[in-house]
Design a protein around this ligand. Structure first.
Ligand code: ARG
Length: 418
């Protein structure tokens, strides 16, 4: 029966202290539960890296294996990678194995040593030590039936950190962020660029103002275009900066020497290539390291995708931008590029065209000297072009024209030793 005035407004059930207590308890329980959930999810995502060196006795070490740009290097690396992948996929670690990558092939005696990193997913049943011995025994078994590769069976597996893996990769050429962590995700699309995505990109600055792009080919040499130095040949006016921002660079280094191709011709833009030497070498890290150089004989396939990166203007006649951008283009055959409606014969054999059919993606003023890069079958990146010239920017039938790096492979070696 309802009796007004008998019950106090603060009934037993609506006691404010009890309510507050219940709310606090609820929040605490929820927080602990989320914490545990995150903890276990994160734990299950945890990965381990291992390193092992395989001494291959029946493959002779030759010059062809000294650079990741050769087909011999690619073939041997791929054979080793797929042999390891197969071994783990046929083992009880199949759900833990993620990837194997040959970081380096090197000479030992007359044979070859392959330095390999392998990535595994964490499993709660396995602590590090038991995991390592299982990996070792699976590899051991693999070596006893390794087909036509004869591998010294005394191979040791060592557990390494993600940082160690990164350091191994950044000493070699052409690895982007996804490869440094052996991750499955590829970086695609996007116009603005994250730090470390194009770690070889250099800004060449005249009196500390961005003037041209460039690309790091060793810890002390930058490849760029000759026309950047036409009016400014004095190295003392130049610096190189690293990092995606030209106003807040990660590092700034003075230029010691500028060597432009002695047969560079402004009227025809022939031999638009130069190398500059840094005053002191840069220390490679995740955000700063070198690109791979292709072999002189490497063929560049029309239609294949490539990326051009730089701080050049976004419209013809505009200003350079301060944050690095990328554009995805495709290689265009010189014949197509030289069509009467296009460049009508001005594109010489030592040049390379790249663009998109609409014209809308292109390099522009301020991108000069910067790289046009392509990825190989092992996810290593090679510089195939140097931004050189074009009719305005982004005009249909008038794609970007690049210096064809393969035509100058020997010149680069002569000038830099790289
Ligand atoms: N010469 C220009 C520079 O100095 C690069 C021009 C590239 N043009 C083009 N449409 N792709 O920055």
């Amino acid at each position: 029966m309802y009796r007004p005035g008998r019950v106090s407004p603060y009934s037993r059930f609506l006691n404010p202290f009890a309510v507050a207590l219940a709310v606090i308890a609820g929040v605490v329980i929820l927080a602990v539960a989320t914490g545990l959930l995150i903890h276990f999810l994160a734990f299950d995502k945890k990965t381990y890296f291992y390193h092992s060196s395989f001494h291959i006795l029946n493959v002779r070490y030759t010059d062809a294996l000294s650079s990741p740009a050769t087909q011999e290097y690619r073939n041997l690396s791929e054979r080793i990678e797929s042999m390891i992948t197969r071994a783990f996929e046929e083992s009880d670690l199949r759900s833990h194995f993620l990837r194997a990558h040959v970081v380096k092939l090197r000479q030992e005696g007359s044979g070859v040593v392959a330095d390999v990193v392998m990535k595994f997913r964490y499993s709660r049943r396995n602590n590090g030590a038991s995991m390592k011995s299982r990996i070792q025994s699976i590899l051991q078994q693999m070596l006893s039936n390794s087909g036509n590769l004869e591998i010294n069976s005394s191979n040791e597996v060592t557990s390494i950190t993600g940082q160690d893996t990164e350091n191994l990769f950044t000493q070699e050429c052409g690895a982007r962020a996804d490869l440094l962590t052996l991750s499955e995700e590829r970086i695609l699309g996007g116009i603005l660029v994250d730090e470390g995505e194009w770690p070889w990109q250099v800004s060449l600055q005249l009196n500390n103002v961005h003037h041209c792009g460039g690309v790091l080919i060793s810890n002390s040499w930058v490849l760029t275009a000759a026309h950047c130095f036409r009016s400014y040949p004095n190295p003392q006016q130049w610096t190189a900066t690293f990092g995606t921002s030209t106003i807040y660079p990660r590092r700034r280094v003075r230029i010691r020497t500028i060597s432009a191709h002695r047969d560079y011709r402004p009227s025809t833009r022939e031999n638009d290539i130069a190398v500059v030497q840094l005053e002191r070498p840069v220390t490679f890290n995740r955000n700063i390291h070198r690109v791979c150089l292709p072999e002189a004989t490497q063929s560049i396939t029309p239609g294949s995708p490539a990326y051009v990166t730089g701080w050049g203007s976004l419209i013809y006649g505009g200003n350079s931008v301060s944050d690095l951008r990328q554009g995805q283009v495709r290689i265009i055959s010189t014949d197509v590029c030289n069509a009467p409606a296009g460049y009508g014969g001005s594109v010489l054999p030592e040049m390379l065209c790249a663009g998109v059919p609409s014209g809308a993606v292109d390099a522009c003023q301020g991108d000069s000297g910067g790289p046009l890069v392509q990825e190989d079958s092992r996810r290593l990146w090679f510089v195939v072009g140097i931004v050189s010239w074009g009719y305005q920017c982004g005009v249909p039938n008038h794609p970007g024209v690049y210096t064809r790096v393969t035509s100058y492979r020997d010149w680069i070696r002569q000038e830099t030793g790289v």
